[in-house]
Design a protein around this ligand. Structure first.
Ligand code: HEM
Length: 396
């Protein structure tokens, strides 16, 4: 073959490839969901919702999703603005009040009384007292798993760890903890979980010292029924979220061997790693609100009474706020991620959650420095899109 013929074949192969890429791009763009077509429960969206958030944000921060009958807010500034204005964006929504109508599902000024009563249990002093317990528990749970057999991170390590820490904080006895763990729905179906918890927690709350303390800390204005509701909230809010952050963090370490090496040799970097992990993979992607009056975000009118979902997962990757938003950067400072919410309802357990995740990872890296995934890494998905069904099997 002459040199010229070779060149012309090469050129036509290149042109063919370019046509292929262009048609792939056209197909991708055609497939990109619009607000009208987006189905958040579609398996491919649940598996990885981030490209959908990105595609939608390309045409604006605020969208009405007819298939879900709610408004989705994706931009950092709008999510933050809504969090800061509880008089416009109310927490009195069904999915919150189902868990608790006293704190999470309440608005100011009622919210303030309950908030004062619980904040006390999350002070820096209280946290310092919990840290050694979390460390001991993580070690006790992990040691029997170090025999080289596979174990599942969420089920065998993260869940029992965070459950024991919350039980310790609340003062739940061993029998109650065992009953909660065995409750139908504990694996992630919240509705059946609440139903089965009601009877267990109602009875157990009366026996916990925290119940009396809450009534006392509330200055007598917290009735016992409210104290029971708060205890149930602490259990649900403290377990469902934190276990996901531990599991997602382990997967991130597996996917980023360089970062893993750095945090293993310098554990003081773990808090920065946990912050990035929670920014990139928030345990809850969306926070619920109801528009209290007709209101406007980024020039889009939201009618009074409408359901609004504040997508912290999208806000945390908003390029207008975060440099290289898709990258895990240990040196990201400041890191004003919104996974713990903001304003009056900002997560009261944020410091506890950060401590638990960093402790779990420190103990794992120390006791099992060579832990590895039992399955090919590219088949694994992050938990966090409101389901706990993803499995992360590792071997130590
Ligand atoms: C990584 C773990 C966690 C994440 C990502 C998280 C996230 C959040 C978010 C986003 C909110 C605000 C919800 C809203 O504004 O709609 C919240 C509230 C709350 N969280 Fe957490 N949370 C975590 C762990 C915990 C822990 C360990 C506890 C303690 C037991 C806890 C207790 C609460 C409570 C009681 C509220 C209600 C606060 C209020 O309404 O004033 N959370 N959490």
């Amino acid at each position: 073959m002459t040199h010229t013929r070779k060149l012309s074949r090469g050129a036509s192969a290149l042109a063919g490839k370019a046509r292929g890429v262009a048609s792939l791009l056209r197909r991708k763009l055609a497939q990109a969901p619009t607000a009208e077509t987006l189905e958040l429960t579609a398996p491919e969206v649940v598996a990885n919702p981030f490209p959908c958030y990105e595609a939608l944000r390309g045409s604006g921060s605020v969208h009405f999703l007819p298939r879900h009958d709610f408004w989705l807010v994706l931009g950092y500034d709008d999510v933050n603005a809504a969090l800061m204005q509880p008089q416009l964006f109310s927490n009195r929504v069904r999915d919150y009040r189902q868990v608790d109508g006293v704190l999470l599902g309440a608005d100011p000024p009622e919210h303030a009384t309950a908030r004062r009563a619980v904040s006390h249990f999350f002070s820096a002093q209280a946290l310092t007292a919990q840290a050694p317990f979390a460390e001991r528990t993580a070690e006790r749970l992990l040691r029997p798993l170090l025999d080289g057999a596979e174990f599942e991170v969420l089920r065998d390590f993260a869940s029992p760890l965070v459950e024991e820490v919350i039980a310790h904080l609340i003062g739940l006895d061993k029998e109650t903890l065992a009953a909660m763990r065995a409750a139908p729905g504990s694996a992630g179906d919240l509705e059946s979980l609440f139903a089965s918890f009601d009877s267990i927690i109602e009875a157990a709350a009366e026996r916990t010292p925290l119940c009396d303390q809450l009534v006392r800390e509330g200055g007598g204005v917290i009735p016992r029924a409210h104290a029971r509701s708060l205890i149930r909230l602490l259990w649900v809010a403290g377990t469902t979220t934190t276990r996901r952050s531990v599991s997602s963090s382990v997967l991130l370490l597996l996917r980023h061997p360089g970062v893993r090496e750095r945090v293993a040799s310098e554990p003081s970097l773990l808090p920065a790693f946990v912050e990035e992990s929670i920014r990139l993979h928030p345990p809850e992607h969306m926070l619920s609100r109801a528009a209290a009056v007709e209101t406007e975000l980024s020039g889009v009118k939201i009618p009074a009474g409408a359901t609004v979902k504040l997508c912290v997962a999208a806000a945390n990757r908003d390029p207008s706020r975060f440099d290289r938003p898709e990258s895990l950067l240990l040196g990201r400072a400041p890191n004003r991620q919104l996974s713990f919410g903001g304003g009056t309802h900002r997560c009261v357990g944020a410091a506890l959650a950060r401590m638990e995740a960093a402790t779990a990872l420190r103990v794992l890296l120390r006791l099992a420095p060579d832990f590895r995934s039992a399955r090919p890494l590219d088949t694994l998905r992050f938990v966090g899109f409101a389901n706990d069904t993803e499995r992360l099997e590792i071997k130590c």
